[in-house]
Design a protein around this ligand. Structure first.
Ligand code: SF4
Length: 415
């Protein structure tokens, strides 16, 4: 498949010299995805790289399943959370020759790359026999946990239109050999984190996220109770009152936020706004609109600042999804203006607004929609970084070391 004619990272870097080539390459890898040649796929079966998840090669008759590697690493240590397994028509390719992983865009050599080493706790089991890599997955320096693997917004078709996560519990069961309910046992969480922390110098933050669960006496009470149990289980591994942690959750009320702060060692909270424009928020995020609307989600982030402190509350935008059709913005300039308005609003209130690259995942309602060009993301991350810098905000939790999923926080490396 020939490359589309959007300018690639080298051309965009020439147009936007303030944005380093490797950050642009990372965002283009996220945009377009990645596939492995048979030689590279064989090489990542090595225990050094084997993350154990299934890598599926589509479109070649019967699907081929092998173990997949962890996050890709660029030459400067930038991590790229890109699903190895093409989701788009125009993915990059990683090949393996002469003992090195090499990145190509079609036939063009791009750079030497590597993959994140497999953590020591992978392959071990909890005392209940559950594989630890199904309890926590590893980024280069961060542990990611999903204490609840179902999103109730999917019930009745209220899921976010770009989403392909937490869709059904059957898939979850398959992932963990049928031994696992939707809800993760806090004891398994405690033991997995304890084992992971034995690897010297590897992990410096824990992140929790789950599917939305609006049930309870007050909206999201069930979800909050579950997060508190999980955070308390993690906290038993630390001698300090607080431990470096982030909860990406739904929008909680002040009382729920206070409980999270007072009853756990949580240090930061992130209710994702996803889409700033009010009409597009309602169209793209019907579950969030129903429980309990855009103003509720904004207010939750602002109230959390009073509890966790300025700079310790985040919100993510799925950048580019506001251009989805038929209702989305018609021009890149309108979309950028909306992001900058949102970033300025949140920054004024001490909330860090971050962008993610939109991928029209297979399995989402927006599969097949057109993504914005890479240059949109160059302009976006430059503008977002400039606004946050003017307000003295930095992404301490979601920086390149811990999250590695945001071009704008990557840019802070050069501040
Ligand atoms: S809240 Fe939206 S993005 Fe998150 S899992 Fe549910 S449907 Fe997906």
């Amino acid at each position: 498949m020939p490359r589309p004619h959007d300018p690639g990272p080298r051309e965009v870097a020439a147009l936007h010299p303030q944005v380093p080539f490797l950050i642009l390459l990372k965002m283009d890898l996220q945009r377009r995805g990645l596939q492995l040649t048979p030689a590279a796929l064989d090489a990542v079966q090595d225990p050094l790289y084997d993350y154990g998840r299934s890598y599926v090669i589509y479109g070649q008759g019967e699907a081929v399943r092998k173990n997949a590697p962890g996050p890709l690493l660029l030459r400067d240590g930038t991590s790229v959370l890109v699903l190895a397994g093409a989701q788009t028509a125009d993915p990059y390719t990683v090949d393996f020759h002469d003992g090195r992983f090499v990145l190509y865009d079609a036939a063009e050599f791009i750079d030497e790359v590597d993959f994140t080493p497999r953590p020591d706790y992978y392959g071990k089991r909890t005392s209940r026999g559950v594989p630890m890599e199904t309890i926590a997955t590893a980024r280069p320096q961060r542990l990611d946990l999903n204490p609840y693997r179902f999103c109730h917004f999917w019930e009745g078709g209220n899921q976010c239109r770009y989403c392909a996560y937490f869709t059904d519990v059957t898939a979850t069961k398959a992932l963990v050999d049928g031994k696992f309910p939707r809800e993760v046992d806090p004891e398994d969480i405690y033991e997995t984190v304890a084992e992971a922390l034995k690897e010297p110098g590897r992990f410096s933050q824990v992140m929790l996220t789950s599917g939305a669960d609006p049930r309870g006496e007050r909206t999201f009470d069930f979800e909050v109770g579950r997060q508190i149990e999980a955070l308390q289980a993690i906290g038993r591994n630390f001698k300090t009152r607080r431990f470096a942690s982030e909860l990406i959750g739904c929008a909680y009320d002040k009382q729920q936020l206070q409980r999270l702060h007072d009853e756990t060692g949580l240090t930061s909270y992130c209710p994702d706004i996803e889409v700033w424009d009010p009409k597009l928020f309602d169209w793209i995020c019907p579950g969030k609109a129903k429980f309990n609307g855009r103003d509720w989600w904004i207010r939750s982030a602002l109230e959390a600042v009073d509890i966790f402190g300025p700079g310790n509350v985040y919100t993510n935008a799925v950048a580019g999804v506001e251009l989805a059709q038929p209702h989305g913005f018609k021009t890149l300039d309108e979309a950028l203006a909306s992001h900058f308005e949102a970033c300025e609003f949140f920054a004024k209130h001490g909330v860090v607004y971050l962008s993610l690259v939109w991928i029209p995942w297979r399995g989402s309602q927006f599969h097949g929609q057109k993504q914005p060009p890479l240059e949109f993301y160059a302009r976006l991350i430059q503008g977002l970084r400039d606004i946050k810098r003017a307000y003295g905000l930095k992404a301490v939790n979601d920086d390149y070391r811990h999250c590695g999923n945001h071009g704008d926080s990557d840019l802070e490396r050069i501040d």
